[in-house]
Ligand binder design. Structure first.
Ligand code: COA
Length: 537
């Protein structure tokens, strides 16, 4: 046992300053989340008049009471496309991993209380990410559908990637991942293929309108007059077309049927039960608030973080004497083994080589990897270049990309430049990646980017025989830095889908235990693949 010893003075002036700043950042994120939820609930009267349950309530009914639920990509699209005031974040979908009738599932629900559940481009990219997670973690998908399909203001951006979501559905059916859809209302065009490509479809009497073209479009296109009920009603699909396997009486009944389907899947009996004993960390997660620096430029000692995340604060460091900037070692979280890689400074050639070697060891013993990002990037300068930073850095990226063990990333502080790749940022394919509200992800620091463009512009002015225009150069430097700063925040990155969500640092251990259990189940589950997936005749 190697127990980490904390050197933090709880309650010191720095501690309290940090805590105040971080609580404000957590509140900022929570306020954005709340705004979206309130906008969805604002449609209560409209839904009640139609005899319908609101989207968030549908999800609540679907999930097992008092069971854990980890939301995924909740703020994607924040302030993007036609999200004018930040209340439309989430890509038109409420989603996460939770338990349905005792089975761990990927749950998605059209947020049909906002813009008819239509999908803007980030909603499509979110769907692709959710599908990637379901495929990797072998999770059944339950969709509570009610969507007008593509957001027609962005039709061109949605069309092609939207098609890939359908291809993925077909592949998942063939992989042996069951997909269950309850069609609570409108499912037009693209919105109709989503349930159509599911393995189980439940329609809801007097509510479902699953059709390729509604009455007005049909009249305009062919001159035919037909009602929505005739074209895509619940009974029609259950009794005539055969698109639906089950006919529900109302929203709640549809959700009940979706839950009942799990009684008859082979999922529960195949779930490897996990009974492990573990101790809580020796230091309180509350203390994270005062440890994370309020100034992003201040260093953060990641061993203080590890001490508040891992079981019993027990961290068996690997090569602790060899380069202190890159920290690697073994721990357990929730009783499950994990290899941790983190940074206490820039990644040096030695640090890169050490981390790559550690990844090879984790691969040899099949230990999942946890990357705790806290890096300004790879070391630059003559020393670093001559010591082979490109060689060792590239090979670290190669090890991260090629390892087959599960990878989880937490963006704890800064994650800059190729250091983000080396630490398994989004482009390197982590199984899960979450960010803290204080974190920054960018190609480089904002101030440095401003200076670089200033030096380049100044050089150009001099080369053309001009006197440097200081006013113009000041403006260029400041505006570049301001732009990069605003584009490196946690809210900006989560909106762009560079992570799977922002979490309160105090919840990190809880989330990690949930994710590691999800990964454990996937690693121990055999699917029953078929060549073409399940047919519907
Ligand atoms: N693209 C963009 N915005 C759309 C949209 C679409 N396909 N469908 C609806 N919206 C917007 C509406 O303009 C309205 O915006 P607002 O809140 O700013 O006023 C909002 O979504 C809600 O629409 P509304 O019609 O009031 O809600 P509803 O619950 O009564 O009906 C639909 C929702 C989806 C059934 C209905 O709007 C509809 O039939 N839309 C067209 C669907 C379609 O043909 N899609 C083709 C996709 S390929």
């Amino acid at each position: 046992m190697t127990i980490l010893q904390s050197e933090i003075t709880v309650g010191s002036e720095v501690f309290e300053t940090n805590k105040k700043a971080l609580l404000a950042q957590i509140e900022e994120v929570r306020a954005v989340q709340q705004k979206g939820v309130e906008r969805s609930y604002a449609a209560k009267a409209k839904f009640e008049k139609r005899g319908k349950i609101l989207p968030y309530e549908r999800v609540r009914l679907l999930l097992d009471a008092d069971s854990p639920f980890v939301e995924l990509c909740g703020l994607v699209g924040y302030n993007m496309h036609d999200d004018k005031d930040g209340s439309d974040a989430g890509g038109g979908i409420i989603s996460g991993i939770g338990f349905v009738n005792g089975v761990r599932c990927l749950v998605t629900a059209s947020n049909s209380a906002i813009k008819g559940g239509t999908m803007a481009p980030m909603g499509v990219h979110k769907t692709l990410r959710l599908q990637q997670i379901a495929m990797k973690q072998k999770l059944p998908i339950v969709t509570l559908a009610e969507s007008g399909g593509a957001n027609l203001n962005y039709a061109a951006e949605v069309f092609t990637h939207g098609g890939t979501t359908f291809a993925n559905q077909a592949r998942m059916s063939a992989m042996g991942i069951p997909q269950i859809s309850v069609v609570h209302g409108n499912a037009t065009a693209g919105g109709a293929y989503q349930p159509g490509l599911s393995d189980y479809v439940i329609t809801v009497r007097k509510q479902t309108e699953m059709l390729l073209a509604g009455p007005p479009l049909l009249l305009a296109a062919t001159g035919e007059v037909a009602t929505a009920e005739e074209l895509g009603g619940a009974e029609m699909h259950a009794q005539v077309a055969g698109t639906a396997e089950y006919l529900a009486e109302n929203d709640a009944d549809g959700i009940r049927l979706a839950r009942e389907i799990f009684e008859h899947l082979n999922w529960k009996e195949q779930t490897q039960s996990l009974e492990v004993d573990y101790k809580e960390p020796r230091y309180s997660a509350e203390e994270l608030l005062g440890i994370i620096p309020s100034d992003p430029k201040q260093p953060l000692d990641m061993k203080e973080i590890i001490a508040r995340i891992v079981d019993d604060s027990d961290f068996f460091e690997f090569k602790g004497e060899y380069d202190s900037h890159t920290v690697c070692g073994w721990s357990k979280i929730g009783g499950l083994h994990i290899g941790i890689i983190t940074n206490n400074g820039p990644i040096t050639p030695q640090g890169a080589a050490k981390a790559a070697q550690f990844i090879h060891l984790c691969e040899q013993t099949r230990r999942p990897l946890l990357f705790l990002h806290n890096t300004t990037g790879f070391m630059v300068g003559t020393d670093a270049e001559q010591n082979g930073i490109i060689k060792h850095g590239s090979k670290l990226i190669q090890a991260v990309a090629n390892t087959t063990v599960p990878k989880i990333s937490i963006i704890a502080h800064g994650s800059y430049g190729a250091g983000n790749y080396a630490m398994c940022g989004r482009p390197l394919g982590p199984d899960f990646i979450f960010a803290w509200p204080n974190s920054h992800v960018a190609v480089m620091g904002a101030a440095q980017a401003g200076k670089v463009l200033r030096i380049v512009a100044e050089g150009k002015q001099k080369a053309s025989g001009m006197e440097p225009n200081e006013q113009m150069l000041d403006f260029l430097e400041q505006s570049t830095a301001a732009k990069l700063e605003s584009q490196s925040t946690a809210l900006f990155n989560t909106a762009m889908l560079h992570d799977d969500g922002i979490i309160d640092p105090r919840d990190t251990r809880k989330v990690l235990i949930f994710l590691l259990e999800t990964i454990y189940e996937a690693e121990n589950r055999d699917l029953n693949p078929t060549r073409f997936g399940v047919s519907r005749f």
